[in-house]
Design a protein around this ligand. Structure first.
Ligand SMILES: CC(C)(COP(=O)(O)OP(=O)(O)OC[C@H]1O[C@@H](n2cnc3c(N)ncnc32)[C@H](O)[C@@H]1OP(=O)(O)O)[C@@H](O)C(=O)NCCC(=O)NCCS
Length: 173
Protein backbone atom coordinates (compact mmCIF):
# COMPACT_ATOMS: atom_id res chain seq x y z
CA UNK A 1 0.00 0.00 0.00
CA UNK A 2 1.37 3.42 -0.95
CA UNK A 3 2.98 5.30 1.92
CA UNK A 4 2.78 2.52 4.49
CA UNK A 5 6.57 2.39 4.78
CA UNK A 6 6.33 5.89 6.32
CA UNK A 7 3.55 4.94 8.74
CA UNK A 8 4.00 6.67 12.10
CA UNK A 9 1.48 7.46 14.84
CA UNK A 10 2.14 8.50 18.43
CA UNK A 11 0.11 6.69 21.09
CA UNK A 12 -0.02 6.76 24.88
CA UNK A 13 0.66 3.82 27.15
CA UNK A 14 -1.21 2.96 30.36
CA UNK A 15 1.50 4.55 32.49
CA UNK A 16 1.26 7.81 30.51
CA UNK A 17 4.43 7.36 28.46
CA UNK A 18 4.24 7.88 24.74
CA UNK A 19 5.14 5.30 22.14
CA UNK A 20 5.60 5.69 18.40
CA UNK A 21 3.84 3.05 16.33
CA UNK A 22 5.72 3.01 13.05
CA UNK A 23 6.60 0.87 10.08
CA UNK A 24 9.51 -1.51 10.57
CA UNK A 25 12.53 -0.34 8.56
CA UNK A 26 15.40 -2.35 7.09
CA UNK A 27 17.74 -0.26 9.30
CA UNK A 28 16.01 -1.61 12.43
CA UNK A 29 18.11 -4.78 12.45
CA UNK A 30 20.29 -3.86 15.46
CA UNK A 31 17.35 -2.51 17.45
CA UNK A 32 15.31 -5.57 16.65
CA UNK A 33 18.09 -7.90 17.78
CA UNK A 34 18.41 -5.82 20.96
CA UNK A 35 14.68 -6.22 21.60
CA UNK A 36 14.89 -9.99 21.04
CA UNK A 37 17.85 -10.08 23.44
CA UNK A 38 15.68 -8.48 26.13
CA UNK A 39 12.80 -10.90 25.63
CA UNK A 40 12.45 -13.91 27.93
CA UNK A 41 12.66 -17.50 26.69
CA UNK A 42 9.02 -17.94 27.70
CA UNK A 43 7.90 -15.01 25.56
CA UNK A 44 10.01 -16.23 22.62
CA UNK A 45 8.46 -19.67 22.95
CA UNK A 46 4.99 -18.15 22.98
CA UNK A 47 5.80 -16.29 19.77
CA UNK A 48 7.68 -19.02 17.90
CA UNK A 49 6.24 -22.17 19.56
CA UNK A 50 9.73 -23.58 20.04
CA UNK A 51 12.77 -22.76 22.14
CA UNK A 52 14.45 -20.00 20.14
CA UNK A 53 18.02 -19.04 20.90
CA UNK A 54 18.98 -17.12 17.81
CA UNK A 55 17.90 -16.22 14.32
CA UNK A 56 19.62 -17.20 11.10
CA UNK A 57 20.54 -14.66 8.42
CA UNK A 58 17.67 -16.00 6.37
CA UNK A 59 15.18 -15.52 9.20
CA UNK A 60 16.43 -11.99 9.88
CA UNK A 61 16.12 -11.12 6.19
CA UNK A 62 12.58 -12.48 6.19
CA UNK A 63 11.63 -10.42 9.25
CA UNK A 64 13.21 -7.21 7.91
CA UNK A 65 12.31 -7.29 4.22
CA UNK A 66 8.78 -5.95 4.44
CA UNK A 67 6.85 -5.14 1.26
CA UNK A 68 3.91 -3.56 3.17
CA UNK A 69 1.51 -5.41 0.96
CA UNK A 70 1.80 -9.13 1.63
CA UNK A 71 3.92 -8.56 4.71
CA UNK A 72 3.16 -5.60 6.98
CA UNK A 73 5.20 -5.03 10.13
CA UNK A 74 4.90 -2.30 12.76
CA UNK A 75 7.10 -1.63 15.75
CA UNK A 76 6.44 0.21 18.99
CA UNK A 77 9.33 2.57 19.59
CA UNK A 78 9.83 4.01 23.03
CA UNK A 79 12.20 6.60 24.39
CA UNK A 80 14.69 5.22 26.92
CA UNK A 81 16.65 8.09 28.46
CA UNK A 82 16.70 9.95 25.18
CA UNK A 83 17.48 6.93 23.05
CA UNK A 84 14.91 5.15 20.89
CA UNK A 85 14.33 1.47 21.66
CA UNK A 86 12.00 -1.08 20.15
CA UNK A 87 9.58 -2.24 22.85
CA UNK A 88 7.59 -4.58 20.64
CA UNK A 89 6.26 -5.33 17.23
CA UNK A 90 3.43 -6.89 15.34
CA UNK A 91 3.07 -8.13 11.79
CA UNK A 92 0.72 -9.77 9.41
CA UNK A 93 1.64 -11.95 6.50
CA UNK A 94 -0.80 -12.77 3.72
CA UNK A 95 -1.02 -16.57 3.62
CA UNK A 96 -3.68 -16.89 0.93
CA UNK A 97 -5.71 -14.33 -1.03
CA UNK A 98 -7.70 -12.20 1.41
CA UNK A 99 -6.31 -13.91 4.51
CA UNK A 100 -3.32 -12.95 6.65
CA UNK A 101 -1.74 -14.44 9.75
CA UNK A 102 -0.96 -12.02 12.55
CA UNK A 103 1.54 -12.25 15.42
CA UNK A 104 3.08 -10.02 18.07
CA UNK A 105 5.94 -9.78 20.45
CA UNK A 106 6.44 -7.25 23.23
CA UNK A 107 9.64 -7.08 25.32
CA UNK A 108 8.83 -8.48 28.78
CA UNK A 109 9.62 -5.23 30.60
CA UNK A 110 6.96 -3.46 28.50
CA UNK A 111 4.23 -6.08 28.59
CA UNK A 112 0.89 -5.17 30.16
CA UNK A 113 1.15 -1.50 29.17
CA UNK A 114 -1.20 -1.72 26.24
CA UNK A 115 1.38 -2.07 23.45
CA UNK A 116 -0.05 -5.37 22.18
CA UNK A 117 -3.54 -3.89 22.07
CA UNK A 118 -2.36 -0.73 20.28
CA UNK A 119 -0.40 -2.72 17.67
CA UNK A 120 -3.42 -4.97 17.11
CA UNK A 121 -5.67 -1.94 16.57
CA UNK A 122 -3.33 -0.42 13.97
CA UNK A 123 -2.77 -3.69 12.13
CA UNK A 124 -6.52 -4.44 12.02
CA UNK A 125 -7.18 -1.04 10.42
CA UNK A 126 -4.36 -1.53 7.90
CA UNK A 127 -5.56 -5.04 7.04
CA UNK A 128 -9.12 -3.81 6.50
CA UNK A 129 -7.93 -0.85 4.42
CA UNK A 130 -5.85 -3.25 2.33
CA UNK A 131 -9.03 -5.17 1.52
CA UNK A 132 -8.19 -8.31 3.45
CA UNK A 133 -11.17 -10.44 4.47
CA UNK A 134 -9.83 -12.18 7.54
CA UNK A 135 -7.00 -12.34 10.02
CA UNK A 136 -5.95 -15.62 11.54
CA UNK A 137 -3.69 -16.37 14.50
CA UNK A 138 -2.23 -19.34 16.29
CA UNK A 139 -1.81 -19.04 20.05
CA UNK A 140 -0.66 -21.42 22.76
CA UNK A 141 -3.68 -22.13 25.00
CA UNK A 142 -1.79 -20.95 28.12
CA UNK A 143 -1.11 -17.54 26.53
CA UNK A 144 -3.84 -15.66 28.41
CA UNK A 145 -2.53 -12.18 27.55
CA UNK A 146 -2.56 -12.81 23.80
CA UNK A 147 -5.94 -14.56 23.91
CA UNK A 148 -7.34 -11.59 25.84
CA UNK A 149 -6.09 -9.11 23.24
CA UNK A 150 -7.51 -11.17 20.36
CA UNK A 151 -10.88 -11.60 22.09
CA UNK A 152 -11.11 -7.82 22.61
CA UNK A 153 -10.99 -7.40 18.84
CA UNK A 154 -13.57 -10.09 18.14
CA UNK A 155 -11.36 -13.02 17.12
CA UNK A 156 -13.23 -16.33 17.40
CA UNK A 157 -11.80 -19.80 17.91
CA UNK A 158 -11.92 -22.03 14.82
CA UNK A 159 -14.07 -25.12 14.87
CA UNK A 160 -11.10 -27.41 14.28
CA UNK A 161 -9.93 -28.57 17.67
CA UNK A 162 -6.23 -28.76 18.36
CA UNK A 163 -5.35 -29.16 22.04
CA UNK A 164 -1.81 -27.87 21.41
CA UNK A 165 -2.64 -24.60 19.64
CA UNK A 166 -5.67 -22.29 19.59
CA UNK A 167 -6.62 -21.21 16.06
CA UNK A 168 -8.40 -17.86 15.97
CA UNK A 169 -10.06 -15.93 13.17
CA UNK A 170 -11.24 -12.34 12.86
CA UNK A 171 -13.63 -11.56 10.00
CA UNK A 172 -12.83 -8.11 8.63
CA UNK A 173 -15.76 -7.83 6.26
C1 LIG B 1 0.90 -11.33 24.13
C2 LIG B 1 1.55 -9.96 24.09
C3 LIG B 1 1.88 -9.61 22.66
C4 LIG B 1 0.56 -8.92 24.63
O1 LIG B 1 1.16 -7.67 24.58
P1 LIG B 1 0.98 -6.63 25.79
O2 LIG B 1 1.57 -5.34 25.37
O3 LIG B 1 1.48 -7.24 27.03
O4 LIG B 1 -0.61 -6.54 25.79
P2 LIG B 1 -1.57 -5.47 26.46
O5 LIG B 1 -0.85 -4.76 27.54
O6 LIG B 1 -2.16 -4.65 25.37
O7 LIG B 1 -2.74 -6.40 26.99
C5 LIG B 1 -2.49 -7.62 27.63
C6 LIG B 1 -3.79 -8.05 28.29
O8 LIG B 1 -3.58 -9.32 28.87
C7 LIG B 1 -3.71 -9.23 30.28
N1 LIG B 1 -2.76 -10.15 30.86
C8 LIG B 1 -1.43 -10.09 30.85
N2 LIG B 1 -0.91 -11.15 31.46
C9 LIG B 1 -1.96 -11.91 31.87
C10 LIG B 1 -2.09 -13.12 32.58
N3 LIG B 1 -1.02 -13.81 32.95
N4 LIG B 1 -3.33 -13.58 32.83
C11 LIG B 1 -4.43 -12.90 32.43
N5 LIG B 1 -4.37 -11.74 31.75
C12 LIG B 1 -3.15 -11.26 31.48
C13 LIG B 1 -3.49 -7.79 30.60
O9 LIG B 1 -4.06 -7.43 31.82
C14 LIG B 1 -4.17 -7.11 29.43
O10 LIG B 1 -5.55 -7.16 29.54
P3 LIG B 1 -6.43 -5.81 29.70
O11 LIG B 1 -6.19 -5.00 28.47
O12 LIG B 1 -7.83 -6.30 29.80
O13 LIG B 1 -5.92 -5.16 30.94
C15 LIG B 1 2.82 -9.92 24.96
O14 LIG B 1 2.51 -10.31 26.26
C16 LIG B 1 3.93 -10.80 24.41
O15 LIG B 1 4.74 -10.37 23.62
N6 LIG B 1 4.01 -12.09 24.83
C17 LIG B 1 5.03 -13.00 24.37
C18 LIG B 1 4.95 -13.31 22.88
C19 LIG B 1 3.59 -13.81 22.48
O16 LIG B 1 2.91 -14.45 23.23
N7 LIG B 1 3.20 -13.53 21.25
C20 LIG B 1 1.93 -13.93 20.71
C21 LIG B 1 2.10 -14.84 19.52
S1 LIG B 1 0.63 -14.88 18.50
Amino acid sequence: MAGLADYSVVERLRDGRTVEIRALRPQDRAEMLAAIGRTSTQSLRRRFFAPKKGFSEQEMAFFLNIDFENHVALVAQIDEDGRPAIAGGGRYIVVRPGQAEIAFMVVDAYQGQGIGTILMRHLAVLARDAGLKELIAEVLPENTAMLKVFKKFGFRPDSKRDPQVAHLTLQLV
